[in-house]
Design a protein around this ligand. Structure first.
Ligand code: NAP
Ligand code: GCO
Length: 264
């Protein structure tokens, strides 16, 4: 029988007190996994723990900045002590800065690369040795439409998410022989706090032009929800995907397949 169960597994989802990370961790818990998550600030961790509790999930939350290697090493050691070795890692924590490239400071560009690309390297590096020791593991990197496409104002984000796609393939290449599967999920446009500014109503009550643009660009004709990503994430975290490695699973309502609406 195909096995999507995560019973007995320990999952770390980074930046998961709300948004996409929260939805993925919730789905993992429902499939049987024990959940650890981190966020950058204590109040967010507390808020996250309360939200998991509301769903009947006893998640362990930790304060940790994923860009800091010493904090990440400490985080992994604490999780091992509290829950056991990590079997599933989701590199979810991410930021975006929407600034035209010629106006962007090099420091701002670096910050985005640091959280969206360097951090997945740091956290993966911290868990891979114990995954090897324990006979395998699953790493899921949260990529983006910007792993494939560009657009105005998101040069740093696109560079990071494009890099994350290749980091995914490289981890799969380098550690596949240890039964580690590293895959990506490339969400389409998902309604979360990160994309809230793109969906804000206009002063006259009409839709934000970017909101209408995304609905027109998406064959499903809507924004995605964090819940749309749950099934694909459980698949990639479970033994049902044991021979899937280095793959980016785009969950985008069809955006990447579509040339766009023909002019009327
Ligand atoms: P979100 O609502 O902004 O949540 C991101 C989370 O990561 C927040 O809890 C954030 O904490 C945390 N975080 C940021 N920097 C961190 C750091 N240095 N250390 C630890 N935690 C940190 O974003 P989301 O929309 O759920 O996105 C989650 C992931 O999916 C991101 O990688 C994003 O790029 C990606 N993604 C999103 C979409 C979309 O349409 N929403 C589409 C494709 C991909 P703070 O609140 O303190 O910043
Ligand atoms: C933007 C968006 C995106 C999405 C997502 C798409 O400004 O274009 O924030 O980049 O969040 O990553 O997959």
């Amino acid at each position: 029988m195909v096995n999507f169960s995560l019973e007995g597994k320990v999952a770390l989802v980074t930046g998961a007190s709300y948004g996409i990370g929260f939805a993925l961790a919730t789905a993992f818990a429902e499939a049987g996994a024990k959940i650890a998550f981190n966020d950058i600030r204590q109040e967010l961790v507390d808020k996250g723990i309360a939200s998991y509790k509301e769903k009947g999930i006893d998640a362990k939350g930790y304060v940790c900045d994923v860009t800091k290697e010493d904090q990440v090493q400490e985080l992994v050691a604490k999780i091992e002590k509290d829950l056991g070795p990590i079997n599933i890692l989701v590199n979810n924590a991410g930021i975006i800065k929407r600034i035209p490239m010629t106006e962007m400071k090099a420091e701002e560009f670096r910050q985005v690369i640091d959280v969206d690309l360097n951090a997945p390297f740091i956290v993966s590096k911290a868990v891979i040795p114990s995954m090897i020791k324990n006979g395998g593991g699953k790493i899921i990197n949260i990529c983006s439409m910007m792993s494939e496409l560009g657009r105005e104002t998101v040069s740093a984000y696109a560079a990071a998410k494009g890099g994350l796609k290749m980091l995914t393939r490289n981890i799969a290449s380098e550690y596949g022989e240890y039964n580690i599967q590293c895959n990506g999920i490339g969400p389409g446009y998902i309604a979360t706090p990160q994309t809230a500014p793109l969906r804000e109503r206009q002063p006259d009550g009409s839709r934000h032009p970017f909101d209408s643009f995304i609905v027109a660009k998406t064959p499903a004709a809507r924004w995605g929800t964090p819940e749309d990503l749950q099934g694909p994430a459980v698949f990639l975290a479970s033994s049902a995907s044991d021979f899937v490695n280095g793959h980016i699973l785009y969950v985008d309502g069809g955006i990447l397949a579509y040339i766009g609406k023909q002019p009327q």
